[in-house]
Design a protein around this ligand. Sequence first.
Ligand code: SF4
Length: 411
Amino acid sequence: MKACVFTVGCKQNEAESASLMRGLEDLGYETTAELSRADLYLLNTCAVTAEAERKSRQAVARMRKFNPEAPVIVFGCAAQHDAEAFLGKEGVRCVFGAMHKDRVLDAVREGMASVGPAEAETAFCELPMPKDVRTRAFLRVQDGCNRFCSYCLIPYLRGRSRSRKMERVVEEAQACRAREIVLTGIDLSSYCDGDRDLGDLVYALRTLPARVRLGSLEVGIVTDEFLQKVKAAGNVAPHFHLSLQSGSTKVLREMNRRYTREDYLAACRRIYALFPDAAITTDIIVGFPTETEEDFQSSLSIVGEAAFARVHAFPFSPREGTAAAKRKDLPARVKRERMARMLEVCKAAEAAYAQRFLGRTLTALFEEDGGGYTENYIRVVCENANEGGMYEVRLLEMGEGGVRAEIVKEI
Ligand code: SF4
């Protein structure tokens, strides 16, 4: 029997899907993450934007095309947000909210008779350890969020912040044979186990043979104390994904982001002081309802000032039920035009960052088709690199699909 676990959305969803695949294998299923013919479909949905929700709904129809007889179990943020949109669809046998992913495997075991309740979850939802990943494994350490940014539905969908016991995380990381472990969470910065925080968790993972990469961080955590712990661990990739969302202090306030442009830039300076080659990557929302041309200019200018290595820019999309959705949306034409300008600036910043490393030797972990990522998140392409291989590579020249590199030696 074959089961397809299809994922829409973030790294946290990918990590959860990987765990569920492992659980399905224990139940005797052969699993795949690719949409293909299967006897059972699991759909891990996303509601971060209207587009993500549309993709989630569309996935059910795509599954039905591969096998109209196979049952579909839908779960995750879009299912939590609008269960009705899935319950009525042909083939859908169960719908679980984002807080009840641990019940998905029970439903498979029990013949898919139940529909998940939607009460709030306060404990960390444990899932099976991901299956035997050799290259990069995503390790869930935290879930939920207490921040209530004005544009975001996540706190309503995933519930309040909760963290996994540090001992459990360390145990799972030690058992994992991946070359790189990415720590993920919806609000990773709020990780805590008693009085131990994310810095303590990172330090506790210092003896792993794997490279550790941090998932998305919030500005507030970037203190000298935290960075010192990261540095002392010695095995953490110098890559900090520091969510920005807007370069304008006024818009940040309206987004309820609780930091200013200056706070953000000060955090970047602290990172660069300790990790001069660090990649700082970020997310930027373009066209928030109150964003003026001047505010947008602030978002454009911070891309160069912070010297971002990579930016995920996306247009504002109102999410019903949030404070920002009550404000008048900007015309689509304005958002489109600003997005085009933003993408151009981001592309130039990304190229400028990668160019700094031409001629230098970095460590890269290769995934597939000869493509991989260096410790500071530069995409490199290299002939003769094996999938799952870690190499010292010399960066040669900018190219399509990544910087062209040559192998110096295997590690
Ligand atoms: S920090 Fe803000 S944007 Fe991120 S999940 Fe929490 S509420 Fe949403």
